[in-house]
Write a protein that binds this ligand. Structure first.
Ligand SMILES: [Mn+2]
Length: 259
């Protein structure tokens, strides 16, 4: 099977309204706000998965929705939710795609908390701080690459995870696709941006990236013909009106760049 045959040209978008992977609320409202702002227009919309209560089946439901999108010939684009949601999406891709390569994780945090006593202890041990660590048990570590991390770097270092600067995205793509042989997933946490580009997110004091840097990574990933899916997570669209507006504008540009 060639990579081209599994990279679906059309995007199937869905939201996951969920904050159970972290210790605060807000991100569960992002899909609703983005849809109202018209950001899903013209795309195949698979609706939202809504989780008003903590539920151990959340990852499998996210996985099932991802698999359905792939089976219908579309490329999943997921809007979180906190970052723990990405776990189910990657599991769905692994199940359906024979040539899934790896993951590029654009985030201010590496999400590689490898301590047994999970600090965020949600969704049966799956949280937004350890989601990439848990994914490294199903995706080889050498095919995981983090871009833009300023926090939690020590966890990634001790797990031999490559961390790169925003401008090194080509190196990241080569590495996680085994030089273009395999497909990859792009996961973007909006808190990787500097505060002025995305004030409406909870952990927004650590980002180092400009909006231009993030949209360039998204655009070049899509253009590579190797990106089998993507997501944008951790937008908290209820901080206040002015902040929301700026963050929504950034989200719109990021989503458009992924298509
Ligand atoms: Mn994250």
């Amino acid at each position: 099977m060639t990579t081209e045959s599994v990279v679906k040209p059309k995007v199937g978008v869905f939201g996951v309204r969920h904050h159970w992977g972290c210790d605060h609320v807000g991100q569960e409202r992002a899909p609703e706000f983005l849809r109202q702002a018209g950001l899903f227009k013209g795309k195949k919309d698979y609706g939202d998965l809504v989780f008003p209560h903590y539920n151990k089946d959340i990852p499998i439901k996210v996985q099932n929705r991802t698999e359905r999108i792939l089976l219908e010939g579309n490329r999943p684009l997921m809007i979180g939710g906190d970052h723990s949601v990405t776990y189910g999406v990657v599991k769905g891709l692994l199940k359906q795609l024979k040539n899934f390569g790896g993951i590029i994780w654009v985030d201010a945090h590496t999400d590689f908390d490898d301590r047994k006593e999970d600090a965020f202890g949600n969704v049966f041990g799956l949280g937004h701080a350890n989601v990439l660590y848990l994914l490294s048990k199903v995706v080889p570590k050498e095919r995981i690459c983090v871009i833009g991390a300023t926090r939690m770097r020590d966890y990634a270092v001790r797990n031999n995870i490559l961390m790169l600067n925003p401008k090194d995205y080509n190196r990241a793509i080569s590495r996680v696709t085994n030089d273009g042989e395999l497909g990859f997933y792009l996961s973007c946490d909006i808190d990787a941006l500097k505060r002025k580009f995305a004030p409406s997110t909870f952990y927004n004091n650590n980002g180092c990236m400009t909006l231009e840097e993030m949209t360039t990574i998204c655009r070049e990933s899509a253009k590579s013909g190797l990106m089998v899916g993507s997501d944008l997570v951790e937008i908290s669209p209820t901080r206040d009106d002015e902040k929301d507006k700026r963050t929504m504008e950034s989200a719109k540009e990021i989503i458009e760049a992924m298509i």
